[in-house]
Design a protein around this ligand. Structure first.
Ligand code: HEC
Length: 158
């Protein structure tokens, strides 16, 4: 939690922090409020015991915020609205505590670097092609470290 808030302070304006925190907060309300909502776990099996979900780790919470960023970008690109790095800052998810610490390592760092590059290129060229390439980078990391949400991420493609 300490790292979580510390990293939030880096490189984000006050408004961005507030918006992100509201986003995360709404995410929590949403998952607490709807008992039928099933969060994506890294495992692909649907046989996972559901019910008592443990508190999500900071990395998982930030991933949900990233997913929401993806949904929002998709809407804006479809509507022909511009997207900007101010509205869509790259979140510091890679420094957050994950549910499974064994995901971390040089391979993860490489996937993060690829993803950060794809994100930056999307900000320079906010079009359908670069948006799909960015999503492909989400999937690239997920294939190695967290296959569960891949289907859901692919659905964001344009
Ligand atoms: C460098 C690796 C990496 C990249 C890039 C990445 N993810 Fe993840 N993602 C993970 C890991 C690891 C987890 C598991 C986090 C945890 O449980 O603490 C995760 C979890 C998730 C989850 C499930 C969160 C939950 O409810 O528990 C979603 C949804 C998700 N990612 C979406 C995305 C989207 C969308 C992108 C791209 C915009 C993305 N991810 C990019 C590694 C990555």
């Amino acid at each position: 939690m300490r790292h979580f808030s510390a990293h939030f302070r880096l490189g984000l304006t006050r408004t961005q922090r507030v918006l992100l925190l509201i986003g995360l907060f709404l995410g929590v309300i949403q998952s607490c409020g709807d008992a039928n909502q099933v969060e994506e776990h890294c495992e692909q099996s649907s046989e996972m015991p559901r019910g008592k979900e443990p508190e999500p780790k900071p990395m998982a919470r930030m991933m949900r915020a990233m997913y929401q960023q993806g949904e929002q970008m998709r809407k804006q690109i479809l509507a022909g609205e511009p997207i900007s790095p101010e509205a869509f800052p790259l979140l510091n998810y890679h420094n957050q505590e994950p549910t499974d610490p064994s995901v971390l390592g040089s391979e993860f760092d490489q996937h993060h670097a690829d993803f950060a590059k794809a994100w930056a290129e999307l900000m320079e060229h906010p079009d359908t092609t670069h948006y799909n390439i960015m999503l492909q980078a989400c999937v690239g990391c997920h294939q190695d470290h967290c296959p569960g949400p891949i289907k859901k991420i692919r659905k964001l493609s344009l």
